[in-house]
Design a protein. Structure first.
Length: 270
């Protein structure tokens, strides 16, 4: 059974909807969900003042113009959340389990500090996808993020563990200060990819301009990458046989840090 919340109209001020988390409202009736309190600008408002609520269960669907609705799925630990449209900032921040699917675009800080579960964005994502929140050093610590469009600047900033995959272009600073985990970019990577990176992996399937602090190590077929790409193909990303079977040149860096990170660049077929 699905719990459906339909936004009546675009809110006049930003809404903080961190109370709308599937595993927290799964056992509530529609009336109980409607009585939950949210911040609407600088005042409190009941969910039913902003949304029509129907049904019930841990499969939650939220509909409407949600670009000014922040914090959906924050700290989520199970269930499924579907956003029927564009999502506001901090979507799925700190989530631990379950699945979030966004049928449109996601704003800044989607999946920030994520620890587990899966976040799928059918459109594009804003800045700091899976990255560290302002004032924090650590970003995503586990789970999977799959974006079918483009990603903004500093995707995977502060990455500690997990997988971030972007089917389109990734903006400048992807993998900034990343310590571990994997970023896969199918389109072009913006400037300064891997700046300050220590041990993480960035896989460049499109164009990339390397920083001078990266040095060539070897050309080979990384065993882990084949498994990773097969997983992404199963999740609906456009992985080709050439990408699965191809050779990759490994560039080590950032030499200003530990020099144990890597950018893997797909070589053209011979």
């Amino acid at each position: 059974m699905t719990l459906t919340l339909t936004l009546r109209e675009a809110p006049a001020a930003a809404v903080v909807a961190d109370a709308l988390v599937p595993d927290r409202i799964a056992r509530m009736s529609a009336d109980e969900v409607g009585r939950l309190s949210l911040w609407h600008g600088n005042r409190r408002a009941a969910v039913r003042d902003l949304f029509d609520v129907a049904g019930g269960g841990d499969d939650v669907r939220i509909e409407g113009d949600l670009r000014r609705v922040a914090g959906l799925g924050t700290g989520m630990a199970g269930g499924r959340l579907t956003i029927a449209g564009d999502a506001g900032p901090h979507l799925g921040a700190g989530m631990r389990d379950g699945e979030i699917v966004v049928e449109g675009d996601a704003a800044a800080y989607a999946g920030a500090g994520m620890r587990g579960g899966r976040l799928v964005v059918r459109g594009s994502a804003g800045t700091r996808l899976g990255g560290a929140l302002a004032g924090e050093r650590a970003g995503m610590r586990g789970g999977e993020i799959v974006v079918h469009g483009d990603a903004g600047e500093e995707a995977g900033a502060g990455l500690r563990r997990g997988l971030v995959a972007v089917a389109g272009r990734a903006g400048a600073g992807a993998g900034l200060n990343a310590l571990a985990g994997t970023i896969v970019a199918f389109g072009a990577l913006g400037a300064h990819a891997g700046a300050g990176m220590r041990r993480a992996s960035i896989v460049a399937l499109g164009e990339v301009a390397l920083l001078p602090t990266y040095v060539r190590a070897c050309t080979y077929r990384p065993p882990f990458l084949r498994l990773c790409l097969r997983r992404l193909r199963a999740l609906g990303l456009p992985v080709t046989d050439e990408q699965l079977e191809g050779e990759y040149t490994r560039w080590s860096g950032d030499t200003l840090e530990l020099r144990r990170g890597e950018i893997l660049i797909l070589e053209p077929p011979r």
